[in-house]
Structure formats: structure tokens, C-alpha cells
Ligand binder design. Structure first.
Ligand code: SAM
Length: 498
């Protein structure tokens, strides 16, 4: 559903021209709104407290149904056609859309008309604020984030008040984790870096908007409303609900009602604009009976990416698109370190680089990086070619092999896998006793909830690493036993000739 932070960075930062990494991570208050949790059907559920302990003053508890009912009524008054689904409390995802009637496989559902989308072109209730942002050419994401806050703060004078009241006050996403929570629970996973990068992007974007626009128009953008906390909320909403509509030239939109659908890794269908019915639809890829929750796919995302944007981790083994980022680094002691780094730099890579491992294997780019990392000085004329292959800039993709260094390259990947596995094992072992230092029950609930998410994520990522370890060990054993056999034959011939 949502874009990833690389797109966010590209669209935000280019216009505002500052490097977000210069900002230190400093999010506090929105994170400490401790959720209360309950355990149902084996999955932890977390409902955020509505107590006046920080958070934005709009939206609702994530599992609240009252506002959802008002939303449904308002949407039908605004032109949403009669639906075969209704918002209900569900086992997976707190609230979701549930079938009211039999739904066939291959049926089109929803038909949300464009008049109900929120896009960068939506009309601002406070016209002047919108004009200021558009004059400054603010890109879509920060524009939409500011729009959402502006409309939310106008309460009932905004045409979106029913929609905003039904949005979660605290969307689940890693944006709401403090730095120490990220360090503590996600130390083993590369998703921690992605989360820090994303939080820095949001903070950087807010600071840019504040310096360049809000501070110049304090009447239009008062700090009590347009502050870090409200931006974390609005970006949290965008990351977890914004859709890209391929059939509308890839335009991004918030689509009320459609954004009540939860994700399943087992379905392949996604939201798009349908030119014939002129609305946002999706086509079911299975049948549903009355009472069953209806799902869509938020895209081919790993468990880490789902946690990053949506704040949940699918059940173990259910996500065929799951992957784990493996960090590979050139050895500082390598005689050719400088030459190799420069070759990598030429193709946009660095001396430490992450590659995705899947349960089914790894990309040719990872293997090319490993070849480069282990290649001796005598192969320096091939560094450039290896670096090019390690980037995905070579077209068509090549899978060049260098038999003379294949064993070293596989061993290099195996070492990286094993180092990563031991980090996960350390975290998973320590996680059992991790929360005993907290006495405040609300804080304990939050910690148990976050820890469970982290344990689920780390277990799934470690599983992929174990699989890679198994494959690598077998390949190495085969190479080594092949070499041994060849040596024996060679020795046999030598004896014969002697
Ligand atoms: C687009 S909204 C879907 C509607 C949302 N359940 C609600 O009540 O507003 C995305 C959010 O739904 C929840 N969600 C969606 N799919 C889920 C799943 N498979 N498991 C757990 N939570 C899920 C997450 O909180 C996510 O951030």
C-alpha cells in the first residue's frame, strides 16, 4: 500500500535540498502512549490507550467501531455504492472489511469514486494554506501529510471529518518506536536501519517545512497544530494507508473505505483504478462466504517491510515474499580495498552493502559482490565487471561465474550468514528475560507487544538465514569433495606414471 522510505526521501528531499541524516533522532512523546494488549487466537493484539497521555487530538482507538459506522454512513451519502462488505472487528488487523453476502472469485468490489479520494489535488478547506504549499512546489508526500493535519485540525468544518475520526490515533508502524526500542528489539535486523532512516526522513521533512514555510506563515500553520507529533501521525497514516494507483498514472491517493482492507500474504489482488467503472476496485482471487474477512495484498513485501510501514508481522512461514537483508562488507585488510571500493562506488554501491536473501535463494548481484570481495589482486582487471554485476545496472542481468574463486565467495557469504545468525540467536535467547525490569503495567504491555513483534520478525528472518546456511554448506561440501576426488585421481595417475 504505502511507498517506501527511499521514495519518500527522493520526493521530499530533492525539493527541500537538505540531507535528513544530519538531524538527530528525537521522537519521544508519541511513542509513550502505552498500548494495552490482549491475546486472541494465538496472535497478540494491541489497542492503543485513549488516555490524554500525548498523541494527536483526532482519530480514534485502532479497534474502535463507532467512528467506523459513522464513516460508512457518510460514505454512502457521498456516493459510495451499496457494498457487499461492512467494517467489523476482526481477528487479523483489529478492524477490517467482512463479507455480508457470498462473494465470487473474480468479482470486482468497492467502486470508490474519485470524489472520495484524497490526493495532492484535493481542495483545502483552508484554501490559503494549500496555495502557500503549492506555490512552494511541495512534493506529494509532505503536501498530503500537511493536508491531513490541516483538515484534521478543522474538525467538523472539514469535509473529511468522518474519515479522519475513523483513522487510528496512533497508526502502528516503526515510526512510533523510540530509538532505544529500535536498538533494543531490532538490533539483529537490518530493518532497524531502515526505520531510523525513515524517522530521520520524516523529521528532516518536518524541519524543512517548518523553516521554509510554516515559520513564515504562523497564522496558517500554528505550531500547536503543525508539529513533530502531528507529522509523525500523518506520515504514519500515509505509510500504512496511501495507495499507488497504476491505472491512474501511478498517482498516490488515500482511498477511504478501501483502506479498511487488511493484508494477507495468501492473496494476490490489489487496489487499482478501474477506468470502466470509474472507481477504485479490486478483483477477488478467491470466494468469500458471509462473515469471512476479505483481504487484499499490500504488495510483495518482506515481513520487515510490513513491520516498518504497517506495524505487523505475518504468521511464521506464511509470507512467500519474505526476505532478510544480509550485510556484506569488503575486508579492511584487503590489499585491493581502495580499488574495490572505487569500483563499487562507480556503480552506486559501497564497501558495506545489504542484499536480500529469500528462502528460495539470493540474487546474482549478491554473488557478484562476494566474488569482488574475495578476488585476489591478480584479478583486478575484472573488478569493474564484478562491481557492475553487483549493482543491478547491467542489463540483461548476467550470472557470470569465476570458478577459481567460487569456493572463497561462497565461504564469504556463509561467514556473513553465520555472523548474522549469531546476532539473531543472541537476541532471541535474551528476549525471554528482557522485560522483567519494568514495573509500570502499561509500559510492560507496550514492551511485551513490541518484543513479540521483534521476536516474530527475528524468527522469520533467522529462518531464511538458516536455509541459506544449509544451501551454502552443501555447495561448499560438493565443491570440496569434488576437489578431493580430482586430487585423488591426479595422485592415482602420478603413482601410475612413477
Ligand atoms: C490500510 S489499514 C487497514 C485497516 C485497519 N485495520 C484499520 O482498522 O484501520 C492498515 C493497518 O491494518 C492493520 N493490518 C492490516 N493487515 C494486517 C494483518 N495481516 N495483520 C495484522 N494487522 C494488519 C495494520 O495495523 C496496518 O497498519
Amino acid at each position: 500500500m504505502a511507498e517506501d522510505s527511499r521514495i519518500l526521501q527522493a520526493t521530499l528531499i530533492h525539493t527541500f535540498g537538505q540531507n535528513p541524516s544530519q538531524y538527530t533522532l528525537r521522537i519521544h512523546s508519541p511513542c509513550y502512549n502505552p498500548p494495552s494488549i490482549s491475546k486472541r487466537s494465538g496472535s497478540l493484539r494491541c489497542s492503543v490507550s485513549t488516555a490524554s497521555s500525548g498523541g494527536v487530538p483526532w482519530g480514534c482507538d485502532i479497534d474502535s467501531l463507532e467512528n467506523a459506522a459513522a464513516l460508512q454512513k457518510w460514505l454512502s451519502e457521498c456516493g459510495l455504492p451499496p457494498q457487499k462488505m461492512a467494517i467489523q472487528r476482526v481477528e487479523i488487523g483489529e478492524r477490517g472489511l467482512v463479507a455480508l453476502k457470498n462473494i465470487r472469485k473474480g468479482e470486482k468490489l468497492l467502486f470508490v469514486p474519485p470524489s472520495l479520494f484524497i490526493t495532492a489535488d484535493s481542495e483545502w478547506t483552508c484554501l490559503e494554506a494549500g496555495q502557500v504549499l503549492k506555490r512552494a512546489h511541495v512534493p506529494d508526500w509532505p503536501l498530503l501529510a500537511t493536508y491531513l493535519i490541516s483538515e484534521a485540525s478543522l474538525i467538523n468544518s472539514s469535509r473529511w471529518s468522518n474519515y479522519i475520526s475513523a483513522l487510528p490515533r496512533q497508526p502502528y508502524s516503526l515510526l512510533y518506536w523510540t530509538r532505544s526500542e529500535l536498538d533494543r528489539y531490532l538490533e539483529a535486523s537490518q530493518i532497524r536501519e531502515r526505520a531510523i532512516e525513515r524517522i530521520n526522513d520524516v523529521i528532516g521533512t518536518y524541519i524543512d517545512l517548518k523553516e521554509r514555510i510554516f515559520s513564515k506563515y504562523p497564522d496558517l500553520f500554528p505550531e500547536e497544530v503543525f508539529n513533530m507529533e502531528s507529522f509523525l501521525w500523518s506520515f504514519g497514516i500515509l505509510f500504512s494507508r496511501l495507495v499507488r494507483l497504476p491505472s491512474m498514472d501511478g498517482r498516490v491517493a488515500l482511498v477511504p473505505w478501501a483502506d479498511m482492507l487488511n493484508h494477507s500474504c495468501e492473496v494476490e489482488t490489489f487496489l487499482d483504478y478501474d477506468k470502466s467503472s470509474q472507481g477504485v476496485v479490486f478483483t477477488t482471487d478467491r470466494a468469500y462466504q458471509p462473515g469471512e474477512q476479505v483481504f487484499i495484498s499490500y504488495g510483495k513485501k518482506s515481513n520487515g517491510e510490513l513491520l516498518l510501514s504497517y506495524g505487523f508481522v505475518p504468521r511464521e512461514g506464511t509470507n512467500p515474499r519474505d526476505s532478510v537483508e544480509l550485510l556484506l562488507s569488503l575486508k579492511k585488510s584487503d590489499k585491493c580495498y581502495k580499488e574495490k571500493s572505487e569500483a563499487l562506488k562507480k556503480y552506486g554501491l559501497s564497501a558495506s552493502q545489504c542484499f536480500p536473501l529469500q528462502i528460495t535463494g539470493w540474487p546474482v548481484e549478491l554473488m557478484a559482490y562476494a566474488y569482488l570481495a574475495v578476488s585476489p589482486p591478480s584479478m583486478r582487471n575484472r573488478f569493474d565487471e564484478m562491481a557492475a554485476e553487483a549493482s543491478n545496472k547491467t542489463k540483461p542481468k548476467k550470472d557470470t561465474r569465476y570458478p577459481e574463486i567460487e569456493e572463497d565467495a561462497l565461504q564469504f557469504i556463509l561467514d556473513a550468514c553465520e555472523a548474522s545468525i549469531s546476532k539473531y540467536s543472541k537476541f532471541l535467547q535474551a528476549s525471554g528475560s528482557m522485560d522483567l525490569d519494568v514495573t509500570n503495567p502499561k509500559l510492560l504491555n507496550r514492551k511485551v507487544f513490541l518484543k513479540q513483534l521483534a521476536v516474530d520478525l527475528c524468527t522469520s528472518e533467522q529462518r531464511i538465514l538458516f536455509r541459506a546456511q544449509y544451501i551454502l554448506r552443501r555447495r561448499l561440501r560438493d565443491i570440496r569433495s569434488g576437489e578431493l576426488r580430482a586430487l585423488k585421481i591426479f595422485n592415482g595417475f602420478r603413482k601410475l606414471f612413477n
